[in-house]
Design a protein around this ligand. Sequence first.
Ligand SMILES: [Zn+2]
Length: 230
Amino acid sequence: MSPVRRLDSMTWPEADAIAPRALLVVPVGSTEQHGPHLPFTVDTEIARALAEALAGGRPDTVLAPSVAYGSSGEHAAFPGTLSVGQEAVEGLLVELVRSADAFAGTVLVSGHGGNAAPLARAVALLRREGRRVLGWSPSGSPTDSHAGRTETSVMLALRPAAVRTDRAEPGDARPLAEILPVLRASGVRAVSANGVLGDPARACAEEGRAILAAWTADLLAAVERWSVSG
Ligand SMILES: [Zn+2]
């Protein structure tokens, strides 16, 4: 592990001195409901933790402040969800990466599945423009896609005080592909009244730490492959 270089603690001359040889790492999250037991910031906190781990594993990186809002229209029926929509996410990521041209490249670490499509479109456009950019998202189970065992375990590892264990209850645990048509047409609340897709019952911090370690290894490997690919 190397000390993490953070844009929130740097000045522009310091950035200027290292940017041409450094990758900018940007956590991309959301502010959306995560059931009756998890906070709105889960996706942003997970993206941030993984981006930190990447920055800690590679001395040629600079960690940027997180993008805390995403595309969460399918969660709009749950109060407190704040979404800017797919078009805005795509535009934001395109402009953000264009503005990072001083760096040798940009890694977008996404913690929110709802951002996947606009993230992919933004990365495709930026690459056509000749920019060095990688979009990465953690893998997940289709029967545990939202506020279930995986995300609850990871939050128990990252910030246990934010988990209302006594309020955890199962949601709709059918495979995502099966419920996606209803979910797209009518939102998450139409398939899961409590906002959970999965079952948090057996979540624990130890499993969360193992999941984070596996995701971090995947992310480091993906960045390594990409950074040597020319
Ligand atoms: Zn989430």
